[in-house]
Design a protein around this ligand. Sequence first.
Ligand code: PMP
Length: 444
Amino acid sequence: LKENNARSIWHPMAHPADSRANPPTIVTGAAGVRITDIDGHEVVDAVGGLWNVNLGFSCQPVKDAIAAQLDTLPYYSTFRGTSNDKVIELAEELRDFFAPDGLSRAFFTSGGSDSVETALRLARQYHKIKGEPGRVKYLSLKKGYHGTHTGGASVNGNANFRTQYEPLLPGCYHIPAPYTYRNPFNETDPERLARLCLAALEDEIAFQGASTIAAFIMEPILGAGGVIPPHPGFMKGVRNICSKNGILLIADEVITAFGRTGSWSGSRHWGVQPDMMCTAKAITNGYFPFGAVMIADAMAEVFENDSSGKAAIGHGYTYSGHPVGAAAALACLAETKRLKVNENAAARGAELYAGLQALAEKHDIIGDVRGGHGLMCALELVSDRATKASIDKPTIATIQETAYRAGAMIRISGPNVILSPPLVLDSADVQTILSALAAGFEAA
Ligand code: PMP
């Protein structure tokens, strides 16, 4: 298998020569919060699949729901003129679940990148219907990640995911992120930094002209960019600025929806109601490619009361409203609520964050510890704390391999160790992750 893997699978995040020299781990099984590999190692998955396996790998109600749906209606799309009972039931459930976020309509997609692309398109179409066709630009945060499609890549705020695909969509501008460890203002106080970033947003809006901007898209807590929680007032500040300027606020909650932050959504965590919310990942616990864009009432009404004939948006997917995905999502939502996974995320997240802070006292290689909002934590690694210089690849490899042998699959992305385990893990699993990391840092 290892040889066939090197010969025939394209692994996009590694240079082909790297994946030949260091073949990826071949995962052969998974149960609970653990995965097993082809060599027989069993480890805690501190990555939670890819931030999506919130309920762990043994979620029987989801398996049953998928199997039952395959026996009744295995496929039909909501792309044109048809719907299905499962997806209607799901939309109603999501309407209740996201009611406190002011969101009531669902547009179904096949994943996070599709959800982002959908929201970006809906934003432009909304302004057209409202008679402001000049609102076509998008603003977003540096260090933000919004998927791999061209619209998403254009609003991405990380050079690694953009520059090689330029020219991207014109009219996308990026605002400094509220990232206290490194920022252009050299500001370490989160509240003052939030104010500076908000001022930069206002400045950019004034520079571009508010009437040219369709939407601002942000993750309530930046995820792939290295888990960067802003000051609690930041997203509210963004909301106010968007409302004042007629700009739609899109919350990209592909990671943060469904309990990961300790709240049911990242927007709710910060007390904000967005105009649209992109979801995917945990909506089906990784068991089926699926996503939903949730849309606010006021926005949906503009489409529904349209007399211009522009409301049919000419957008959708072969897999929009897939009944098997909907059945999986319904079962996931029921389990998510029954198990109150947000509460466990908050409690275990606090233990993990405290443990990471203790590790930072012992290991100079840890430059910054970020967390405190459920099960989204990161360590930013440096070779020198004073200069914040980056660490080299062999050291990263040593940490990752040692941690794996000591019992935890961790993810190192750039200089960051990102920790996003299933929300159902227990305190002993948290300790396993911490001791595996400690072993990695000692080896480094
Ligand atoms: N938005 C955010 C915030 C994400 O974290 C991701 C994936 N990591 C995406 C969008 C893209 O989702 P997908 O990989 O399902 O297309």
